[in-house]
Write a protein that binds this ligand. Structure first.
Ligand code: PLP
Length: 470
């Protein structure tokens, strides 16, 4: 990888007249394209030889970081290994060439996959029925909230406009509620990081449509008061919504349906084998408890939306579930939990652990324990890049100033995890002995620190061709 040699933009490597192809002689005669359909100037395309093009893109691809080339302990988003065999299944032409409007009797196999996955998700979650339509977690939340809104409307209960969301929730929860036209009301967390039941009690009345919960919550903690919360919420006539974006710690341990949840979504692209990130493909199936099935998309005139979702993602999920099988899927939750707790316990003497409890699949540090060095969570995250690791989630959740959120996932070996622990300890030592090295990291990446604010507010995403004489 050498960006200086190969340039950053293919346009910068262009030489007028250089070609990567030669077309055979035209044997068909020529036709004049009418003037009004022609460009007045040639398209500004890069002109390069074949090997330059190949090297340019190959070297850029080597700058990508993914689960396939390194440890990726991103909290809240479950970046785990997704078996390559599932990619092969998803690419099979029999599946890949299906058309969404194809007659049902020409795609029985695909419909079997659809049914099988629906049933597997019901069994895993304890809910009666799933729609596989939604294309993402956030899309699932919106679908689920629309189902809840319709449920109330159908009962003539039109005053219910509020959705209660914990202050630790993922940002999509309040956003989905707002898009659904509902008002967001925040419920506080206790000092130990779970929903404050007393605060919740004070918010409940006959204007509440639903309570959204994430479990384990965004701090990686198990919400142990769910039975009480569910009975309070149901007692006031509202429904319980479960954000199951990251279901891996629950697999084989407990089921949202058994805890009193009415509606939930699952992110297949986090828990069930689809590589994600950068807005890549996803699926956020929504499940409902018995009695709400007819509100699912395509089920009745009350329901929303007709199609069958992001089928390639559904296929990968089904292949993954069948590969693990009923027996091995039960190991996912305990392993995800074990790995996270092992890292937490191995590092809590040098990183600040604000909530010192057994966590589930992830946990949050509040920066380095020794605050006197001036080394921030951002610096630690940047320094990790030098050692070949993807950074954990930083500055989220917003409950702490220096949040550093780690999720190792169930799929990493002990050696990999021990390697990460030793690098995190080394960075803590560097912060004390040579803080400037950490503060000015990264030193080994093609690009150092970028101006995040400028990049977010005024992103430059196109290349402006220099005009002649400029
Ligand atoms: C990722 C995530 C979401 C949103 O899922 P998308 O597929 O990104 O829309 C919602 N809630 C939680 C807890 C998540 O981790």
């Amino acid at each position: 990888m050498n960006n200086r040699l190969y340039g950053n933009l293919i346009f910068e490597l262009s030489h007028p007249g250089r070609r990567a192809c030669s077309l055979p002689e035209n044997r068909f005669g020529s036709y004049e394209v009418p003037d009004d359909m022609r460009r007045s100037q040639d398209a500004a395309l890069p002109e390069c030889d074949e090997l330059t093009v190949v090297r340019h893109y190959t070297n850029h691809s080597a700058n990508n970081f993914g689960v396939n080339n390194g440890f990726y302990p991103l909290g809240s988003c479950t970046m785990k290994y997704n078996p390559a065999i599932n990619e092969e299944v998803a690419a099979m032409p029999e599946f890949a060439n299906l058309h969404p409007l194809q007659p049902a009797d020409t795609c029985r196999g695909a419909l079997d996959v659809y049914d099988g996955l629906q049933r597997a998700l019901s069994e895993i979650s304890g809910l009666a029925k799933f729609t596989l339509n939604p294309f993402a977690g956030a899309h699932g939340e919106l679908t689920g909230l629309m189902i809840i809104r319709t449920y109330h409307e159908r009962r003539g209960d039109t005053r219910r406009t509020k959705v209660i969301v914990p202050d630790s929730a993922h940002g999509t929860n309040p956003a989905s509620a707002a898009v659904c036209g509902l008002d967001v009301v925040q419920v506080k967390s206790t000092p130990e990081g779970i929903v404050d039941v007393d605060d919740l009690r004070s918010l409940l009345d006959d204007t509440v449509a639903a309570m959204m919960m994430t479990n384990p919550n965004t701090l990686g903690l198990f919400e142990r008061n769910i039975p009480e919360i569910a009975s309070l919420v149901h007692g006031c006539g509202a429904l319980m919504y479960y954000d199951g974006a990251n279901l891996n710690p629950m697999l084989g341990v407990c089921r949202p349906g058994d805890m009193g949840f009415d509606v939930m979504h699952i992110n297949l692209h986090k828990t069930f084998s689809t590589p994600h990130g950068g807005g890549g493909p996803g699926a956020g199936p929504v499940g409902v408890r018995k009695g709400l099935e007819d509100l699912l998309p395509g089920e009745s005139e009350l329901s929303v939306g007709p199609y069958h979702g992001n089928f390639a993602v559904l296929l990968r999920a089904y292949a993954y579930i069948l590969t693990l099988g009923r027996e091995h899927i039960k190991e996912v939750g305990p392993l995800a939990t074990l790995n996270a707790n092992y890292i937490k316990e191995s590092l809590k003497d040098v990183y600040e652990l604000p909530i010192d409890k057994t966590c589930m699949h992830e946990f949050v540090f509040d920066g380095l324990k020794d605050k006197s060095t001036g080394v921030t969570t951002m610096d630690v995250a940047k320094r990790l890049l030098d050692y070949g690791y993807h950074a954990p989630t930083i500055y989220f959740p917003l409950l702490f100033h220096e949040s550093l959120m780690v999720e190792p996932t169930e799929s990493e070996s002990k050696d990999t995890i021990d390697g990460f622990i030793s690098v995190m300890r080394r960075i803590a030592e560097e912060a004390a002995s040579e803080p400037e090295t950490v503060r000015s990291a990264p030193h080994n990446t093609p690009i150092g620190r970028v101006d995040d604010v400028l990049a977010a507010k005024r992103p430059v995403v196109t290349y402006r061709q220099m005009e002649a004489g400029e």
